[in-house]
Design a protein around this ligand. Structure first.
Ligand SMILES: [Zn+2]
Length: 180
């Protein structure tokens, strides 16, 4: 595992520690909206508290993308937005929200820059891989996966418990060295 992916996993663990009640499926929307990003403004030497807002968009508004992340100026100051395509199935939405939150917390999203828009998650771009690593740890926390793995009778039982696709669960188990 490269350093940046390790950093992404640690960032997800930190988010879980701060805002997760320990139950599964993990609710990335609730986690996102209970976190605040502290941003130092060098110009004024002040610290801004930036809230994170999750928005459901339809497929048309997102140009069929799965999601996007942005930092925008609202009436109440800066806001990070994590938008997801509500026309996609719920387990996809859960991954998308977690992935967009990853972009926000890993510092990929900047004011005045174009929105980060995600059409596919099978990307080899290091920024996208970091957001994917963040999302995997957030919605399938390693500790919880290990805890439930030995009592589970099938991958499907685990994927249902974590609210993810069978493919995502299998990939995760493989990644953690639990199955080959
Ligand atoms: Zn992305």
């Amino acid at each position: 595992m490269t350093v940046s992916l390790q950093k992404a996993v640690e960032s997800a663990r930190q988010a879980l520690q701060l805002a997760w009640d320990g139950s599964i499926p993990v609710k990335p929307e609730a986690i996102a909206q209970s976190l605040i990003v502290y941003k130092h403004d060098d110009a004024t030497n002040t610290v801004q508290n930036i809230p994170i807002v999750v928005r459901a968009f339809n497929s048309q508004l997102l140009d069929t993308a799965s999601g996007q992340a942005s930092l925008e100026n609202s009436d109440n100051g800066l806001v990070f937005y994590c938008d997801y395509n509500a026309d996609e199935i719920s387990y996809r939405n859960r991954f998308t929200i977690a992935h967009e939150l990853g972009h926000v917390l890993l510092g990929h999203v900047h004011e005045g820059k174009k929105r980060l828009r995600d059409a596919t998650f099978g990307n080899s771009d290091p920024v996208e891989r970091a957001a994917n690593a963040f999302a995997a740890e957030l919605i399938m926390p390693e500790q919880k996966v290990r805890e439930l793995f030995y009592g589970a009778s099938s991958v499907q039982q685990l994927s249902e418990a974590f609210g993810v696709s069978n493919a995502a669960m299998s990939f995760r188990l493989n990644n953690l060295g639990l199955v080959r």
